[in-house]
Structures are given as structure tokens and as C-alpha cells.
Design a protein around this ligand. Structure first.
Ligand SMILES: NC(=O)c1ccc[n+]([C@@H]2O[C@H](COP(=O)([O-])OP(=O)(O)OC[C@H]3O[C@@H](n4cnc5c(N)ncnc54)[C@H](O)[C@@H]3O)[C@@H](O)[C@H]2O)c1
Length: 424
């Protein structure tokens, strides 16, 4: 790889007017599309979900991090268009795959959407096109799954195709770190692919990190998210220990954070949610099992996180007057994290289910979520016996509840010393 790093990377201007096709126009694909438009690419956004394509082409962004005005400008200048038609990608010199990689019912990798995306692009990949997978998956996905399909189904005229893995690290709702300033890992299948992939990401990212193989890039992404899963589990377990011992866990975290090295603060909460942290580590555990390995530490961390919604529910019900047989519980914030309306894998789902099973009447409020699990939100005037602050959404007026004396369990460490408020 040293040889590759010494190759001069073509400048951004070399890409002006070239076409990039991005498969999947969600939390990863659409921000990538807008970043590429900014860098001078003509972008085709392919998505199999027709309603989403229609919405995007009408100038309405389905992703919080991309404003309608940004999208509308790209559509108006003709540098971006969404489509369901895979055949339009024949003109692309780079194709990136940004489709979901969820778990199946056995909590094992489900590559069905990735496979359908690869099968969809393969007949339209032109000669010398760079194909990059940005979807998170286990090591070997590019080499053993994606490349054989493309090579089998590509047009006969497409003699040479370049391949790389460059897992996306975007953190939706993050105002500091974005597609441009987050360093990008790039692992090409061979030297020529690496040069092409580095050049592409240099055009849209401030920093690109060259690694020696696609497998290193794929594994690094799994390590990053597994690191978060196990540290969140550790602090969730630690929070429960502190609570039984009568110590405020958040004060302990602040104290430990004064150590200038070797410590990184994580916060307890209702659990883990979203498309990444509860999912990606199980690509790693599955991959470990394929070679006879074990990932007991990760499995055990998962158990702690999975137990958190029930722990939170019990703590909240413990704040209700014992004479109330059917307590009214208001959950504040159902998205899995602040600043987004994404409810995928939200641990609040389990929290609500447990509260209902325990006989509570449960309502929820989230300014970012218009409808959730078939129910609509209530406003903050809904009378309750206890409120649970699960996700502190921007613009959510929690002070209104506190000022009227509502008992509140704060799972976010965002309310500092207020009467009636108990932290996790
Ligand atoms: N959301 C994140 O925070 C994040 C961060 C880093 C990496 N990732 C990874 O990026 C990948 C994409 O995640 P996302 O959050 O953008 O998903 P998403 O659900 O927001 O968007 C994916 C889009 O792909 C479309 N799609 C599904 N199958 C398709 C197919 N076969 N052909 C064309 N379009 C198809 C869907 O309709 C959807 O619009 C996943 O592997 C995920 O793990 C996500």
C-alpha cells in the first residue's frame, strides 16, 4: 500500500462534470449526494422506494441534515436528480452503494437489500467504473459477495471495474461532524482501485485514510460501533450500581472525565437505538462465529443494553404514588437520539411496551416524530403521574412540565437540579 500512498491524487477539478451514481437516498446517500454536488459532481440518486424519489424530486428532503433549500438548489441547477431507474447509471464513472444492512429475525446479517442493489447496478456498470460500498457489513462483503455479482452480470464491454470499501461514518443530527470533515477510510481491492477511490473521496472529504484492504475498512467500521455499544453498556451497568449505592452517576462521570488521558465519557440512557449501534456489532459476532470464534463480551454488553428499558420503566414507576393503580406515564422523546425523527430500533419502544404491560396508561411527545407505532403524540399539557425524559429533542419545553411540578425521570442528564426531577 505504501506504493499507492505515493501516487499523486488527481485534484477536485478533474471530477467537474463527471457523473456519480449513489444507490440508496437515505441518511447516508442523500448527504453524500449533496456533498458531491458541492464538489462539482453530477449526481444520480437511485432509490427503489418510489414515494421517496417523488418526495426528493419535489424538493422536500426526507433527511434532517439536508435542508429543502439545499436540495432544491441542486435540483434546479440540474446537478442532482433522484430516480428508481437503475439503467440511468450507465453514465457514472463512480457508483457508491448506500443501502441498509439490517439484521434478520435471528439477529444475523441480512444482506438482501445490498444484494438487490448490487444486482440492480451490475448490468449498467460501464468500463473503468469505480464501484464503492459504503454500507456497513462484515469483512469480506466487498470481495466475496459484491465483486462476484458485478463481474457475473456486468456488460461484456466492461472489461475493467474498480472496487473499494469506504464505510460511511456520518452521525445524523451532528452539527460539528459531517460528510466533509469526518476522515474517510478507503480500502481498494487492488492498487488501481485504491488510487481511483482515494481520488474520489479526496474530492468530497477533507481527509482520506488509506488502508491496505477492503477488509480492514469493513472491520474498522464494526470496531468503531462495537466500541460504542460496549462502552454504553458499561456505563448503563455502572449507572445501576451507582443508583443502588445512592451516588449520582453523572457526577461520577464528570469527576472521572477530569483525567486528561485514558478515559472517555459515555452517558447512561434508555438503551441503544438507530440503524448502527444495535445492529453493526452483530455483524461482527456473526463474522466471528464463521471462523469458530466467540464474541462473548459483545453479547454480554448487548444484554445490559437490552435490559435498560425495563430498568428505566421500573425506576419511573417507583416515582409514582403507590395509591395510583393505573399510572399515567408521559414519555418525552421517542426518536433514538436528539435532533432526528429516526425511530428505528429505538429502545423507547420496549420501554413503552413494558409500561403498558405493567398496567400504565402511556402517552408520548416528540416534536420530530409525527406518528409512531400507529399512535400520535400528545402535547405537554397531557396530565401525567410521571414523565420520562428519554430523548431531549431540541425545542422540547421540558421546563413547562417541571414548573407545574410533574415528577420526571431524566435519562439524558440534561436537567440540572430541579425540584421533582430524578436522574438515571
Ligand atoms: N444512518 C446512519 O447514521 C449511518 C451511519 C453510517 C453508516 N450507515 C450505514 O449506511 C447504510 C445505509 O444506511 P441509511 O441510514 O442511509 O439507510 P436509510 O434507510 O436511511 O436509506 C437507505 C435507502 O436505500 C433505499 N434502498 C433500499 N434497498 C435498495 C435497493 N436495493 N436499491 C436502491 N435503493 C434501496 C431505501 O429505500 C432507503 O431510501 C447502512 O449500511 C448503514 O448501516 C448508516
Amino acid at each position: 500500500m505504501k506504493e499507492v500512498l505515493e501516487v499523486k491524487i488527481p485534484s477536485v477539478s478533474m471530477h467537474r462534470g463527471q457523473t456519480l451514481a449513489i444507490i440508496g437516498q437515505g441518511y447516508v446517500g442523500l448527504p453524500l449526494a449533496m456533498a458531491a454536488v458541492d464538489a462539482g459532481w453530477i449526481v444520480i440518486g437511485v432509490d427503489s422506494f418510489e414515494a421517496k424519489v417523488t418526495q426528493i424530486n419535489s424538493g422536500s428532503s426526507p433527511v434532517e441534515d439536508i435542508s429543502d433549500s439545499k436540495l432544491q438548489a441542486a435540483l434546479a441547477e440540474g446537478s442532482y436528480k433522484a430516480t428508481t431507474d437503475f439503467s440511468t447509471i450507465y453514465s457514472a464513472s463512480v457508483i457508491t452503494i448506500c443501502v441498509p444492512t439490517p439484521l434478520d429475525n435471528n439477529r444475523e446479517p441480512d444482506l438482501a437489500l445490498l444484494l438487490s442493489a448490487v444486482t440492480g447496478i451490475a448490468p449498467f456498470v460501464s468500463n473503468e467504473t469505480l464501484v464503492v460500498s459504503e454500507s456497513t457489513s462484515y469483512p469480506g462483503t466487498l470481495r466475496d459477495t459484491i465483486i462476484p455479482i458485478v463481474n457475473k452480470l456486468k456488460p461484456e464491454t466492461s472489461k475493467e471495474i474498480f472496487f473499494a470499501s469506504a464505510p460511511e461514518r456520518v452521525n445524523p443530527g451532528d452539527t460539528a461532524w459531517n460528510q466533509r470533515n469526518t476522515p474517510r477510510l478507503v480500502g481498494g481491492i487492488n492498487g488501481a482501485s485504491q488510487v481511483k477511490a482515494l481520488a474520489f473521496y479526496e474530492s468530497i472529504c477533507d481527509a482520506v485514510v488509506s488502508v491496505s484492504s477492503p477488509e480492514v475498512a469493513e472491520a474498522a467500521k464494526l470496531l468503531e460501533n462495537t466500541f460504542r455499544l460496549v462502552n454504553i453498556a458499561l456505563i448503563n451497568e455502572f449507572a445501576q450500581i451507582c443508583s443502588s449505592g445512592g451516588i449520582n452517576v453523572n457526577e461520577v462521570i464528570e469527576a472521572a472525565s477530569s483525567k486528561p488521558y485514558g478515559f472517555m465519557p459515555f452517558r447512561p440512557g434508555v438503551g441503544v437505538g438507530g440503524h448502527c449501534i444495535p445492529v453493526d456489532p452483530f455483524y461482527l459476532t456473526w463474522w466471528a462465529r464463521q471462523s469458530g470464534g466467540k464474541a462473548e463480551f459483545i453479547e454480554s454488553a448487548d444484554k445490559v443494553n437490552q435490559s435498560m428499558p425495563i430498568y428505566v420503566a421500573k425506576r419511573a414507576l417507583g416515582l409514582v404514588d403507590i395509591s395510583i393503580s393505573k399510572p399515567k406515564v408521559l414519555i418525552l422523546g421517542v426518536a433514538y437520539k436528539p435532533g432526528v425523527g429516526d425511530v428505528r430500533e429505538t429502545p423507547v419502544s420496549e420501554l413503552r411496551a413494558y409500561l403498558i404491560a405493567e398496567g400504565a396508561e402511556v402517552a408520548w411527545h416528540d416534536p420530530f416524530v409525527p406518528i409512531w407505532e400507529g399512535s400520535k403524540p400528545v402535547d405537554l399539557d397531557w396530565e401525567c403521574d410521571v414523565a420520562i425524559l428519554a430523548t431531549k429533542q431540541p425545542g422540547m419545553d421540558v421546563g413547562k412540565l417541571i414548573s407545574k411540578g410533574t415528577r420526571l425521570l431524566d435519562c439524558t442528564n440534561s436537567i440540572i437540579q430541579a425540584a421533582g426531577v430524578v436522574s438515571l
